[in-house]
Structure formats: C-alpha cells, structure tokens
Design a protein around this ligand. Structure first.
Ligand code: NDP
Length: 266
C-alpha cells in the first residue's frame, strides 16, 4: 500500500476554527513532511497562506499538490545561513510579510556519544539551533515594522530528560527552549510573541527511525506515557494553531508539552 503523505494514518482532521488566521502568511520550515506537513495543512485549512521550505524539491511539490493553491513551496536549505535574509525578502516581495514563522525543520542522529564526531555534532547544532536563531532573527526584523508577529519553535522531550544516544539533538533542543524564553522577552516590546511546542513521541518518519529498530526504547517510551500511545502529527498542528492565533495573545515564552503526559510520567 502506498503511504499517504498524511503520515502514518493520521488524517489530520482539523475543523476550521481560527478566523483570525485567515490570510496570515505562515512560513513552515520542513513543511513537506511529518509534523511540518501537518502544521502546514492545519494553517491551510484555516485559510492562511502557507509557505513551506525544505531541501527536497520532489517532496515539496508533492506536499503542495496535496495541500492546494494557497500553499507555496520554496526549495531551501536552512543551513544556508547567508541566504536566509534573501529568502525572507523573497517571500515578502512575492507573497507578503511573514506573520507566523514555524521553526520546524530538524534532524536527529542516534549514536553513542563516544562515537559522535565534531562534524556530526556541529551539523545537528547548525540545523536545529543556529539556523533556527538566524531565521527567527531575519523574520523578526520584518515583523518589527508591522508591530506584530508570531514565532513558534519545536523542541523535544530530549530537552527535558536524558535520552541516551542523542547527544547533539538533546543539546540543540535544550538550546531552542532557552532561545524561546530569551527571544520572547526581547521581542515582546515589538508585539512579537515567541513560544515553543515540545512534542512527545509523535508518529512520523523521524520517530519511526528512532523507535522501530529499537523495541526496548519504544516500550520505555510507551510505558512512561500515561496516555499509553504515540501522538499524531495533527496534535502538534492544533497546538501551533492556538499559539499563532489571537486566542493566545497573552501567551509568550512558554514551552508547551504536547506529549500524552510523557514529560510528567512516572
Ligand atoms: P521529519 O524527518 O519527518 O521532518 C523533518 C523536516 O525537516 C523534513 O521535511 C526535512 O525536509 C526538513 N529539514 C531537515 N533539514 C533541513 C534543512 N537543512 N533545511 C530545510 N529543511 C530541512 O521529522 P519530524 O516531522 O518528526 O520532525 C519535525 C520537527 O519536530 C523536528 O524539529 C523534530 O526534532 C521535532 N520533533 C519530532 C518528534 C517526533 O516524535 N516526530 C518529537 C519531538 C520533536 P528535507 O529533507 O526536504 O529538507
């Protein structure tokens, strides 16, 4: 059976409910697959104009085809730091100023800390941390003029407790949570809110790679998740909609676990 682009059987059922998100311009990095795709879909269903960016052009085109007319795709590697300002200006010129940035693109590496090379560590930090800061900075500069804006980060349970064999990923995601608080304080005065979603274990290709060949880890994950199941990508998308909408207009600097209780499981 061909796997649908809506990953792992999650149909992402999403009622339209945030009227204020209509016509907002939403940039989702890594929006062609997994959580990013579910987030892009949720905003599109709320009649936002969505821009998805990622490295794989074929994946982007397939996502655009599935998501419809109001979704634009831009092939882009977020590690191309020097070109981030021109990416933001290109979107501003051709589509409009970015109202909501969802820093979703991320990579993981599962390997004993002893064997992680400096290059491997640096690559994860660059994608999951440095690029997140650099893109947030460039988008925030354009939001300042409009006196409003919304930045959403994606961290992980790895930033909350020690998971073995994911050292670079853990360090980068802990940094993202710190960055959320620091940026939220600095940007609040410009009307820009910055929040973070900490997904628990959600059914996507990334989590399959980490769990499917490691039944012991999967058992542990489910055992410490009070709700006893992995989450759906649409669970994360619902949280992103809330954080982007005016319904959360007095919320900034938070890290919202969406994890079936995993972070507080005994
Ligand atoms: P996927 O691997 O399915 O998706 C990651 C996306 O990021 C892809 O679309 C990929 O697109 C994009 N991406 C990766 N590197 C780059 C880059 N250099 N430039 C542009 N885009 C890039 O993972 P998930 O959907 O599972 O993860 C999404 C986010 O959620 C990540 O930040 C991850 O850390 C986080 N997360 C996921 C959890 C889960 O259980 N699934 C749990 C906790 C956090 P392309 O390859 O085309 O560039």
């Amino acid at each position: 059976m061909t796997k649908s682009i809506d990953n792992n059987g999650d149909n992402g059922a999403m009622e339209t409910r945030y009227a204020d998100l209509k016509d907002k311009i939403v940039l989702v990095t890594g929006g062609a697959s997994g959580l990013g795709y579910a987030i892009a879909k949720a905003f599109a269903l709320n009649r936002s104009t969505v821009v998805i960016a990622g490295r794989d052009e074929a994946k982007l085109k397939a996502a655009k085809k599935a998501l419809g007319r109001k979704v634009h795709c831009i092939p882009f590697d977020v590690n191309d730091l020097d070109r981030l300002p021109s990416l933001v200006h290109k979107i501003e010129r051709s589509i409009g100023g970015v109202d909501v940035l969802v820093n979703n693109a991320g990579i993981n590496l599962k390997k004993d800390a002893f064997h992680v090379t400096n290059e491997e560590y640096q690559k994860i930090i660059q994608t999951n941390q440095t690029a997140v800061f650099a893109l947030s900075r460039e988008v925030a500069k354009t939001m300042v003029g409009r006196g409003t804006g919304n930045i959403i980060m994606i961290s992980s349970m790895a930033s909350r407790y020690g998971i073995p064999k994911v050292i670079g990923y853990t360090a980068s995601k802990a940094a993202v949570e710190g960055m959320t608080r620091a940026l939220a304080v600095e940007l609040a005065t410009y009307g820009i809110r910055v929040n973070c979603i900490a997904p628990g274990f959600i059914k996507t290709d990334m989590s399959s790679r980490a769990l499917d060949d490691d039944p012991e880890r999967k058992r542990k994950v489910l055992a410490r998740t009070p709700m006893g199941t992995l989450g759906e990508p649409s669970d994360i998308a619902h949280a992103a909609l809330f954080l982007a909408s005016t319904q959360s207009k007095f919320v900034t600097g938070i890290v919202l676990p969406v994890d079936g209780g995993n972070s507080i499981g005994f």
